[in-house]
Design a protein around this ligand. Structure first.
Ligand SMILES: Cc1cc2nc3c(=O)[nH]c(=O)nc-3n(C[C@H](O)[C@H](O)[C@H](O)COP(=O)(O)OP(=O)(O)OC[C@H]3O[C@@H](n4cnc5c(N)ncnc54)[C@H](O)[C@@H]3O)c2cc1C
Length: 591
């Protein structure tokens, strides 16, 4: 059995060499992110992830959360782990000091969140959802709502949920039916929500539900949806908990993965709710906070890929099968076989590429929200808006592929549950579905982020890739030159697709290739970061030869095995749409 080891060296390398931690630490409000403090946080988080969360991952998967008579019991050990998590101040890490948070930049919270998810994805979802709910309240809640709820949620005493989905309203939230009727200083909420993560649990007494609902006179569609806070227990004037509210958990879903995370069917029966922001503008608030939530799920792709890689690596060093191709002799560890090496390199190189892109986007989020320079804020926000669907869609799709490769490295032992490799694949599978499926991310990328603005931000990024090519040209390293050629071909393919999308007037044609385009964009963005990593490694080679040599070789591998696919994806985007729409609905099955 392998235990989770935080990849601290790679995390520090990305933070310092690629994401610009020292510049982020100069932003207003980020002064505490000194190298010593960040190091101490990473070390301590790594200890908590490996020592407390990782040991509960498998048992949590086997036991699952259990529903009985409206109450939910999380698996053994989760309550104690959550208590330690809150007491250790980890829940408060990403929040503003005004609310009792530590005010650390997103860039510092990102590797920490990655560690929680690698060690125990089911556990990590609870603080992730609380972050989302706090974010919504901080954005649009009245002062009273903020004072009542946020400090306790930041401290981890109360947790939060996001209630969007209903049986008939998934990707299409225009179909939300839950009702909200005004009643003096509050509203009465009635309806059913499904798939609500940590909708009910025993980690804390209070749960703060953020619920999308419609008032009776609201217009149809997305312009008639409002957002409400619906606490499990009503809160008295002195802040203590009062009566039970009309919100209850009818059942838990039985699902493929994340068994320890309770996915609740919630019934709201005349429950007391308080409006967040203005009536009919609930979805707008949700959209504002969506970047953070989608980024968080994208990071899950990175985290689960890292964990799957570590387990596969440990297995490949132990499992004896086959002879050495050159020397023959007795059975050797399977890591000596070229095909197993290839699989491990695919896992390692893509995980490192995804991590680098995610941290670079985290730094841009910090610049977009905190820079004193309005021009810098605007430029970073445009970059973030373009990159978020890529981080979400590409990292989660690739995370699943990596978890699947992890099973393959294990052979039959990967398919049975004993080794744990199968759990990562099962857990990873949800990441491309919730918080907007890959199809929805890709349509956002192609439609809102590229076509709508005539490709301005995408073209600015392509321009950056071009200038970077000149920088790469100065390296005398053969591996870097090989990667440079692949990256140039990838950027060309991406540019061709951007032209195609901007020129295409028929949305059916553009959307038929949206997911391949998203994958191409992720592949190239990852290649860009791997090339930056290779240049930084070349510069630092004498400081830590083994690590930096491996970085350059891994970057080259990414070029030859991953980036090389870019021109093929371009052809799919540009030529493949007619094929996607060619059959009539009746022609799909010739029975
Ligand atoms: C374990 C789990 C946890 C979850 N947690 C939460 C939570 O905490 N809160 C919450 O509110 N929800 C939650 N969800 C719900 C989740 O966000 C939805 O499942 C997701 O948004 C997809 O909606 P759907 O399941 O109705 O699929 P559908 O919307 O029915 O989609 C089915 C397929 O059709 C495609 N599709 C749909 N519309 C379009 C379109 N316009 N164009 C192209 N393709 C389209 C989709 O990409 C998908 O492939 C959770 C779900 C699960 C399974």
């Amino acid at each position: 059995m392998s235990t989770y080891t935080a990849p601290l060296k790679d995390m520090r390398f990305v933070l310092n060499e690629l994401a610009g931690l020292s510049e982020v630490a100069r932003l207003p409000g980020c002064e505490d992110a000194t190298p010593d403090t960040v190091d101490a946080i990473l070390e301590e988080a790594a200890r908590f992830a490996s020592g407390v969360l990782d040991p509960l991952n498998r048992s949590g998967d086997q036991e699952g959360s259990k529903w009985s008579d409206g109450e939910v019991r999380t698996p053994r050990g989760f309550r104690d782990a959550y208590r330690q998590f809150a007491e250790g101040g980890w829940n408060a890490l990403p929040f503003e000091p005004d609310w009792g948070g530590q005010g650390l930049p997103k860039l510092v919270a990102t590797p920490v969140d990655e560690m929680w998810t690698s060690a125990n994805m089911s556990f990590s979802l609870c603080p992730l959802l609380t972050q989302g709910a706090v974010h919504a309240l901080a954005l649009r809640g009245s002062e009273k709502l903020q004072q009542t709820y946020i400090p306790k949620m930041v401290a981890g005493e109360w947790t939060g949920t996001m209630n969007l989905t209903e049986p008939q309203a998934g990707s299409d939230l225009a179909l939300v039916k839950t009702k909200a009727v005004s009643h003096g200083d509050h509203y009465r909420i009635s309806g059913q929500k499904i798939f609500i993560t940590y909708g009910e649990h025993d980690l804390t007494k209070q749960i703060v539900h953020l619920v999308l609902a419609r008032t009776p006179e609201a217009p149809e569609g997305t312009k008639g949806i409002s957002l409400f806070v619906v606490p499990k227990f009503l809160v008295k004037a002195d802040g203590s908990l009062g009566e039970r509210n009309g919100a209850r958990c009818a059942s838990l879903e039985h699902k493929l993965g994340i068994h320890a995370s309770p996915t609740a069917v919630m019934l709201y029966e005349n429950a007391v709710g308080y409006l967040v922001g203005e009536e009919n503008r609930g979805l707008e608030t949700m959209f504002i906070m969506m970047n953070a939530a989608r980024f968080g799920v994208g990071l899950e792709g990175v985290a689960i890929a890292e964990r799957a890689f570590q387990r596969a690596l440990a297995f490949a060093k132990e499992r004896l099968q086959g002879r050495d191709l050159a020397a023959g002799g007795s059975p050797v560890p399977i890591i000596r076989h070229p095909d197993v090496r290839r699989m491990l390199m695919l896992m390692k190189s893509q995980t490192e590429a995804m991590r680098a892109l995610a941290y670079v986007v985290a730094a841009a989020l910090d610049f977009a929200s905190r820079s004193a320079n309005p021009e810098e804020r605007k430029r970073n926000q445009a970059f973030v808006d373009l990159m978020i669907p890529i981080v979400k869609g590409w990292s989660t799709e690739t995370g699943i592929e990596i978890a699947s490769l992890g099973v393959q490295v294990h052979g039959g032992m990967g398919f049975v549950e004993e080794t744990g490799a199968a759990q990562y694949l099962r857990d990873a599978r949800i990441t491309t579905i919730y918080e907007g499926t890959t199809g929805i991310q890709a349509m956002d990328l192609v439609g809102r982020k590229i076509a709508r603005e005539g490709g301005v931000t995408a073209k600015a990024w392509l321009g950056e890739l071009k200038s970077f090519d000149a920088e790469l040209a100065r390296s005398g390293n053969a591996d870097i030159q090989s990667l440079r050629a692949q990256l140039a071909a990838g950027a060309q393919a991406l540019g061709d697709c951007v032209q195609f999308i901007v020129a295409e007037k028929n949305p059916l044609t553009a959307f038929a290739g949206a997911v391949p385009f998203l994958k191409l964009a992720g592949m190239v963005a990852g290649g860009w970061q791997m090339a930056r990593a290779a240049l930084a490694a070349e510069k630092n080679l004498s400081k830590d030869k083994s690590f930096y040599e491996a970085k350059i070789a891994t970057a080259r591998f990414y070029g030859d095995h991953v980036l090389v696919q870019a021109p093929g994806l371009r052809d799919t985007v540009v030529k493949g749409s007619s094929g996607a729409m060619a059959l009539s609905e009746d022609q799909f099955l010739a029975a």
